[in-house]
Structure formats: structure tokens, C-alpha cells
Design a binder for this molecule. Structure first.
Ligand code: MOS
Length: 729
């Protein structure tokens, strides 16, 4: 019987976080710690001819300055392709390999004189205080011969690459007979654009490296301690067991901390060279260039429909940039592969190299910008056909996953539409633009569909029953703010019939059992089955030790049995296998957003005033943390729709808003009540509990629902995000 799963349990780590007891990476203060800060390139392209460091070296407290001139020898710091393959620079390499056999060599800062993007780290200063490091970093003077740099996508003149597989999906797909355009068809064919976005988690990335003999402990802000351990160990040429990575608390990680980055290894290299602990802290400006971003996209979407509205063709062509040396690109067409019942389908991606820092995953990478384009186009089609957009979308629910040629494990999208529309009060019939006004404000409603895959990877969870104290749960997984501490406690509590308070969850330590990186919404489905198995294994071992069957015992009773068996503690592990190759069904989550906006036409100001989202994400383990995840995703979508835009200087190709004063994100005043409805049933073909991850599904569709609502309010179709006042007035 499930007593804890399904309960809106408060976060078990909440009190630690609000009292400051939770130690984040940069909170670690090992004795004798040195402070390292980077110096960034002021130009986007060029060659460093010299770096003047004399003035910086005269700052009191300065210990070392590293540049490409001394870092390779002094730090054993080299761009080893095998190591780079483990880093963010290597992500997506496979997808571009066939398209670009002459791929540029991997890039690592401070290994050569070439500048390949503005903000690139060209030096690192190390001092006895943060203030001294800061002062010295401002006095380092690079002499650079600048080159031309381009950060603009030019659809006609750029050289585009045709990538292969990404996230296990073929990025170039053509299926079905293309309809004769002369036939009686409704056609929407438009280009949509989304901006570059920075992750900017509340906790900026930082690494504190502490050596003890030939082993190093790395306190880091990462979504994956195991991946970070491997990267750091390979960079230092150490066996894995000589590197320990700890990331017990993460102040947000939206994909930027999903990859590994040079700073994580660099801190350990510097600490080794100087024989003292080193803290390498990224500033807010560093976060904009040295921990990834979502790239801008340009997407052509063409929809063709018969007069009854049935979709005869969907074409989705994306032009997206990657950096000059990296590989990740935004796979905008992912959901177009499977989300629409279209007779003919064409999905293509074209990738161009530009003088940017390398992009990374960013909360529902691909699905998010892709859904803005296609879900806007579906709304345009509904208006062209004089149909209600909800009615039209109901026709497009895919009967099965045609792309993977499998049935859905479950698909309750229709129920999401029904319950969301009912709770929102979605209008019937044709939506007439500019039909509702309240004083100086126009009011409009819009909707959009969201979908996100439900992956799972192998994971191990260890339990430790002790004669005294709480039952310990250990796994190397991280809780990036999602609630993993809490739902693991709930799962183990249910299996052992204990209260949540009897359980202590310990996460984010590479000495704990293996778990995947927290990303692509897979942690819940990877870890909870392992926790269940661990709890059952523990009961079996205890039963064997005391030679009696065990069930429905309190923690004290479990501890009494342990004592009776003459044991101080008892450990048990449980594992999950993740998804198996050759699975017969397709695991996805689905949902629909219903959004109301008010638009002040005189000021061009758009306010989101109501949001109802109905989602099918399997069994909900904790309605409180799950609702928070979806709300967070929707707030991401509101930021994308109305505010966020990493902007570049038109001639200097450098980001002009690499700070939180100029890079606008939503604040509380921008966010209305967000009503989240979970309609899903347990997905028991996925795992015994029927749970799926839901970290990202709130993001896709939100920006389209807002843009569609803006159209309903004003009659203006905005196809370029963000929808700033100048798009309205
Ligand atoms: Mo996920 S793109 O790591 O937020």
C-alpha cells in the first residue's frame, strides 16, 4: 500500500537550504584555500600576440597567473581529444561527424593563442583572497590581433552542415507522399525565430579542489558527479578512485551543469601545481559564456491541411548555430518527428559554425524552440481554417509513435486537452482576434501542446540500516532543486512502511553508488525502481539474519532486529536497468497549456494573467514538488516568450547583456497563479511504480501558447521571440 508516494510532502532538504546549512560548492572553505578567477577575451576572434601580466603580478596576495604561454607546461594542461570527448565540447560530435570529416580540433582555453569566441578564457589569476584575484584579473592586459567574426545566421550564404543522429533521433527525415500543392489545401508556411538564452541558475558554477597526497576531492556544482569524476580524472591522468566529486546541493542546473567544463578540471590542475586548495568561481559574466547556453534558432514550418483540417503534410526545417569548435546544436525538430498525425513529414536540421561559445542542452533542448514554431503554426492553421485550435489539435493526436514505429506505453493527451480546457474555461468555436477588451487592455487566450520523452538509465541505490539513527539512503544522483531527496525518502519509506522522518537521503557524492546525470528528465524513473529494489533487498537480508519473516515494522523495530542479530549495521543495494534496447513501446509524457494574456496596446506590454496546464506524467510521487517543477518550466517559457534574449553587439560579436541587470528574466510580479493538473495514470509498462520524470515538460509549448494568446488579443502574429513592446506597438 502506498502511504507516502502521492503525498504532497515538504522537501526534506528545505530546512537545510533556508537556514544556510546546505553547503554549495563555493561554500566549502578548506584551510589555505586560494581564489582563482578567469580573464575573458574582449574580442570574438583573433590571435593573442602577448599578455602583459606585470601590473597584475604586483597586486598584494597574487600567487600565480596562467595563460596559454605557461599553463600547458606548468599545469599539464592540454587539449587531449579523448578528454575533450567527455566535455561539453564533445557532446553531439557523432551527429556532425559524417557531415564534417574535416571537423576542427577540440578547443580548450589557455592551450594556444587563438580566440574563437568573445568571453573565451585567456588567463586565470590565483590569489590569497577573492579581492586580490579580482583586482589582478582587471590588470591583465592581452594584446590581440583581431580577426573578422560572425555571429549572424545567413540562410543564403552560410555553409550549413547536415547532422545525423542526435538524442537517438535521425535529424533528417522524409516520410510519406508530399501532397500536390495545387490540390485544395490550406497552407501555412512561415519562419519563426527564437533567441539565444543563458541558463543563469541561482548558484553560479564553482569548483573547489582539495588534494590529499595523490588523490583529489572536487566540490563542484554539477548535475552529474560521475561524469564530472571521469572528466576530471582523465584530464589529470588519474585512476577514477583517486578523484572524488561532491555536489550535495545544486542551486539550479538547467542543462548548463549537465555537461562537464574546463573549469572543473582546471581547479584541480592549479591546486596540484600550487600545492594548496583552489576555488575557481565563475562570475555571472562567465556563466553567460563558460557554461553553455541555448542557441538561437530559425525555423521554417509548413503545414498543409485538407479542408476538414486533417494534416496532409508537416515540414519543419531548422537553421541553428554551433560554435567554431564544438558540436552541440539545438535539435528543434525532435517533437515534429512524433507529435502530429501528418500523412507526409519532412524534418531537417542545418547547422552552421559561428563565433559563439559552444551551446548546450537547456531545459527541454529541441522540444522547446521547436514547439514555439510548430505550435504557433498549428494556431495559424486553425485561424486559416476558421476552426477552434483545440478542436484542430484533437485531430492531430498521434495514434502511435510513427517515428519509432511503436505504440505509446500510454498517451492521455486527449484527457489533458479535456481537463485543461474545462478548468481554464476554454472558449468554443472560432476565436475572433481583438474581440475582448477591458479598459486599455486587450485580452486573449492561447493554447499549445507539450510533449517530452521519458528516458531511464541504470542506477544503483544503497540503504544502510544502523542500530541508532536514521536509515540512510545513498546514491550519487544529484538533486538540482527538483525534489529528488524527498521522493527517494518517500519511496523507501513506503517500501519499509516507515515515516519519511526515519530516513536520511544522501546524494551527490561520487563515492556513492552509480547514478546517471540529472538531465533529460530521467532521474525519477532511473532511481525510484532502484530504491524499491534496495529496500526489498534490505528486508530480505535482515529477515535472513534474524531468521523470521519481516513486514510492517517500525524503524525502531528494524533496529531491534538488527541488534538481536548482533549486527551494528546492515547494507543492501538495489539497481534499476533503465530502458532496454529493443523495447516494444514508446514512453512519452504529454500535456497542454492554456494561457490568458492582457496586452496594453499603448505601451506594448504583455502580461500573462492566467495559466492552466494539464499534464500526463504517469504516477505523481509528490504533487507538491511535481507541481513546482511544472511551474518552474512554465516560468522558463514565460521568460522565453516575453523577455530573454542574449544580445550581441552588431559589429564586435560580443554579448552585451552578460549580467542579470541587462538580461531580463521573470520576477514574481510577472507570474500569475499557475494551475497545474496531473491527469496521468501510473505508466506500469515503464516501471512498477508507473512514474516518469517531469523536470522539463513544462517548458515546451508555453511560449507558443503565449504568442497564440497575443494573436487572439491583438490580431498580431509575432513569430520572433521575445515578444517585447516593440513587437506590439
Ligand atoms: Mo536538462 S537540458 O539537463 O535541464
Amino acid at each position: 500500500m502506498l502511504k507516502q508516494i502521492g503525498i504532497a510532502q515538504n522537501r526534506v532538504d528545505g530546512p537545510m537550504k533556508v537556514t544556510g546549512e546546505a553547503a554549495y560548492a563555493a561554500d566549502r572553505r578548506p584551510g589555505g584555500q586560494l581564489y582563482a578567477l578567469a580573464v575573458r577575451s574582449p574580442v570574438a576572434a583573433g590571435t593573442i600576440t602577448r599578455i602583459e601580466t606585470a601590473a597584475a603580478k604586483s597586486v598584494a596576495g597574487i600567487v600565480a597567473i596562467y595563460t596559454h604561454a605557461n599553463a600547458p607546461a606548468a599545469l599539464d594542461w592540454h587539449a587531449d581529444p579523448a578528454v575533450m570527448a567527455l566535455s561539453g565540447e564533445g557532446l553531439g560530435r557523432q551527429a556532425l561527424e559524417a557531415a564534417e570529416p574535416e571537423a576542427p580540433p577540440p578547443y580548450l582555453p589557455m592551450t594556444g593563442p587563438d580566440i574563437v569566441f568573445a568571453g573565451q578564457w585567456i588567463a586565470v589569476v590565483v590569489a590569497t583572497s577573492l579581492e586580490a584575484a579580482r583586482e589582478a584579473s582587471l590588470l591583465v592586459k592581452p594584446i590581440i590581433e583581431p580577426h573578422e567574426a560572425s555571429v549572424e545566421i545567413d540562410a543564403r550564404n552560410d555553409r550549413f552542415l547536415e547532422p545525423g543522429f542526435f538524442f537517438a533521433a535521425d535529424m533528417q527525415v522524409q516520410r510519406g507522399a508530399w501532397p500536390d500543392t495545387a490540390a485544395k489545401q490550406q497552407i501555412v508556411s512561415e519562419t519563426y525565430r527564437t533567441p539565444m538564452q543563458n541558463h543563469h541558475p541561482m548558484e553560479p558554477s564553482a569548483t573547489v579542489a582539495v588534494w590529499d597526497g595523490d588523490a583529489v576531492t572536487v566540490f563542484d556544482s554539477t548535475q552529474g558527479v560521475m561524469a564530472t569524476r571521469e572528466y576530471v580524472a582523465r584530464s589529470l591522468k588519474l585512476p577514477l578512485d583517486k578523484v572524488r566529486v561532491i555536489s550535495a546541493f545544486v542551486g539550479g542546473g538547467f542543462g548548463g551543469k549537465n555537461q562537464t567544463w574546463p573549469h572543473q578540471a582546471l581547479a584541480a590542475h592549479i591546486a596540484r601545481a600550487l600545492g594548496r586548495p583552489v576555488r575557481l568561481q565563475l562570475t555571472r559574466a562567465d556563466m553567460a559564456v563558460a557554461s553553455g547556453h541555448r542557441s538561437q534558432t530559425e525555423q521554417d514550418v509548413a503545414l498543409q491541411a485538407a479542408s476538414d483540417g486533417s494534416l496532409t503534410a508537416l515540414r519543419h526545417v531548422s537553421r541553428v548555430p554551433t560554435s567554431l569548435h564544438g558540436n552541440f546544436f539545438e535539435p528543434s525538430g525532435l517533437n515534429s518527428l512524433m507529435l502530429y498525425e501528418a500523412a507526409a513529414l519532412g524534418v531537417r536540421h542545418h547547422v552552421v559554425r559561428k563565433a559563439f561559445a559552444t551551446p548546450t542542452p537547456f531545459r527541454a533542448p529541441g522540444e522547446t524552440p521547436g514547439s514555439f514554431a510548430v505550435e504557433s503554426a498549428v494556431d495559424e492553421l486553425a485561424h486559416a481554417l476558421a476552426q477552434n485550435p483545440l478542436d484542430l489539435r484533437q485531430r492531430y493526436i498521434p495514434s502511435r509513435d510513427h517515428y519509432h514505429d511503436r505504440d505509446w506505453s500510454s498517451n492521455n493527451l486527449l484527457e489533458c486537452y479535456r481537463r485543461g480546457a474545462e478548468a481554464f474555461g476554454w472558449p468554443e468555436g472560432v476565436i475572433v482576434p481583438r474581440a475582448r477588451r477591458d479598459g486599455h487592455e486587450l485580452i486573449g487566450v492561447g493554447m499549445a501542446t507539450t510533449a517530452y520523452p521519458a528516458p531511464a538509465l541504470p542506477a544503483i541505490v544503497r540503504l544502510r540500516l544502523r542500530v541508532e539513527g536514521k536509515l540512510q539512503v545513498e546514491t550519487s544522483a544529484t538533486d538540482i532543486g527538483t525534489g529528488m531527496y524527498t521522493i527517494l525518502a518517500q519511496t523507501v519509506a513506503d517500501e519499509l512502511s516507515l515515516p519519511v522522518e526515519a530516513i536520511e537521503v544522501r546524494l551527490g557524492d561520487s563515492n556513492f553508488p552509480h547514478a546517471p546525470t540529472a538531465g533529460r528528465s530521467k532521474s525519477t524513473a532511473s532511481l525510484l525502481p532502484a530504491a524499491q529494489h534496495a529496500a526489498r533487498a534490505l528486508l530480505q537480508r535482515l529477515a535472513a539474519a534474524v531468521r523470521e519473516p519481516l513486514s510492517e515494522l517500525s524503524n525502531v523495530a528494524l533496529q531491534d532486529r538488527l541488534k538481536a542479530a548482533g549486527l551494528a549495521e546492515l547494507e543492501a543495494e538495489g539497481s534499476s536497468t533503465g530502458l532496454q534496447v529493443g523495447q516494444q513501446v514508446s514512453f512519452y509524457s504529454f500535456g497542454a497549456h492554456f494561457i490568458e494574456v492582457r496586452v496594453d496596446e499603448a505601451l506594448g506590454r504583455v502580461s500573462v494573467t492566467r495559466v492552466v496546464s494539464a499534464l500526463d506524467c504517469g504516477r505523481i510521487v509528490n504533487p507538491k514538488t511535481a507541481t513546482s517543477q511544472i511551474r518552474g518550466g512554465i516560468i522558463f517559457g514565460i521568460g522565453m516568450a516575453l523577455m530573454e534574449d542574449a544580445a550581441f553587439h552588431p559589429t564586435r560579436a560580443r554579448m552585451i547583456n552578460d549580467n542579470l541587470a541587462d538580461y531580463a528574466i521573470p520576477v514574481n510580479a510577472d507570474i500569475p497563479e499557475i494551475d497545474v493538473i496531473f491527469v496521468g495514470e501510473p505508466d506500469n509498462r515503464f516501471n512498477e511504480l508507473g512514474v516518469r520524470g517531469l523536470g522539463e515538460i513544462g517548458v515546451p509549448g508555453t511560449a507558443a501558447a503565449i504568442a497564440n494568446a497575443v494573436f487572439a488579443a491583438t490580431g498580431q502574429r509575432v513569430r520572433n521571440l521575445p515578444i517585447t513592446p516593440s513587437a506590439i506597438v
